[in-house]
Ligand binder design. Structure first.
Ligand code: FES
Ligand SMILES: [Fe+2]
Length: 395
């Protein structure tokens, strides 16, 4: 009886989510994907990067949002303010800056086609051969703004002409425990971008459950995340919000030396660790619906931050962007340790990509119409309900 009660720990806390099998159709139907693009990616706040991606003295980067067929230009002006615009020239509609994962310096944007020039506030500054146009008022032809806001250095955009909620209202309290996190010190980032043959939700599913860690990732993390005598994992804490989720897990002190531990733990680590005062477990995970997970991992004297951004392309194809955020290393030893963590993590991510693609292929074959979830997979259940709430109902 006791173990049965434990197995309903989270289902008991969130009884509305139920415990039955879930349909796999939300992952494979084109028609549903079309509604997700419009009603989720077209209307909610999407993370497009971090403020450190932009030079402090001013600069810009482009982010293509295939789900809404758009590209946004994120610009930091000399006033430090971050603004977003459609990456479209007012002259004849050129997409001006490529989304190549890197920022450009400077506070002006030059269209490469005929060199119309814009300021950081989107204002049209200069038109070559302006006198050949007809009564053109430059003040009326700046770039088209996109709703843009910043929380904790994370830059968000909302592609709706009139977003139903502000970013603050949309996020609610989910990010409050991160308020003391010195993200601004984590200036050293490494990005891993991969196109995955899987539905976008599967990339989150693989991050939000830990059932697979001692199994799929056994060669890399062994029993690092096993928390019970039966060799499985249990959340230390879990909170499901209106559409976001939080989970905390512990990193028990096994003596086994796994590649992950080798990469993370060392008493000789010299870079001062960063502290997150509001941390709950050894690994806290914040999933901000619909496109970002922020993960903070603490072990021995090391703390690392990893973010996972998800960009749907097609119903069965997704751009996955994983970033490692480190402090500047204090020594060569620490540089090597960061590289080691990154290398080990890439091996883990390859296994996750393999798993997501395998699940998608299996679901798409319709060999099974439902999936069966356990108590510790409740975040997957929650996400399916959140998606349903967004895309169901009348237009
Ligand atoms: S299309 Fe941009 S300057 Fe002509
Ligand atoms: Fe994994």
């Amino acid at each position: 009886m006791e173990s049965q009660a434990h197995n309903r720990q989270w289902a008991g806390r969130y009884p509305d989510l139920g415990t039955g099998p879930l349909s796999t159709e939300p992952y494979i139907l084109e028609e549903r994907f079309a509604r997700e693009k419009e009603r989720i990616f077209g209307r909610t706040w999407l993370n497009v990067g971090r403020i450190e991606d932009l030079p402090e003295t001013g600069g810009c980067f482009a982010r293509d949002i295939q789900a809404s067929g758009a590209s946004v230009l994120i610009v930091r002006g000399p006033d430090g303010k971050v603004r977003g615009f459609h990456n479209v020239c007012s002259h004849r509609g050129t997409r001006m800056v490529p989304d190549d994962g890197r920022a450009r310096r400077g506070t002006k944007i030059l269209c490469p086609y005929h060199h119309w020039l814009y300021g950081a506030a989107g204002d049209l500054i200069h038109i070559p051969d302006e006198e050949d146009f007809f009564d053109l008022d430059k003040t009326c032809h700046g770039l088209s703004p996109v709703h843009t806001d910043v929380r904790q250095g994370f830059i968000f955009v909302n592609m709706a002409a009139d977003p139903p909620e502000t970013l603050a209202d949309y996020l609610g309290e989910i990010m409050e425990p991160l308020d003391g996190c010195p993200f601004d010190e984590l200036k050293r980032t490494f990005t891993y971008r991969v196109e995955v043959n899987a539905n976008w939700k599967l990339l989150f599913d693989g991050q939000n459950e830990f059932y697979h860690l001692p199994i799929l990732h056994r060669h890399i993390m062994g029993r690092d995340f096993v928390t019970n005598a039966q060799g499985h994992h249990r959340y230390r804490d879990l909170r499901l919000y209106a559409c976001h989720s939080f989970s905390a897990v512990d990193f028990p002190s096994y003596r086994t030396v796994t590649p992950l531990r080798m990469a993370l733990a060392s008493d000789l680590y010299e870079t001062p660790e960063f502290r997150v005062p509001g941390m709950t477990g050894d690994m806290d995970q914040y999933t901000l619906f619909p496109n970002l997970t922020i993960e903070i991992v603490r072990l021995a004297r090391t703390t690392v931050c990893v973010t996972y951004a998800v960009w749907p392309m097609e119903v069965g194809r997704t751009l996955w962007e994983v970033r490692f955020h480190f402090k500047e290393p204090a020594s060569v030893r620490d540089h090597l340790r960061q590289q080691s963590f990154r290398r080990v993590s890439l091996d883990i991510l390859q296994e996750d990509v393999f798993a997501a693609e395998s699940v998608y292929a299996g679901m798409a074959s319709r060999g099974k119409s439902h999936m069966i979830l356990k108590d510790s997979e409740i975040i997957l259940r929650h996400r399916q309900k959140v998606v349903e709430d967004f895309i169901g109902g009348p237009q």
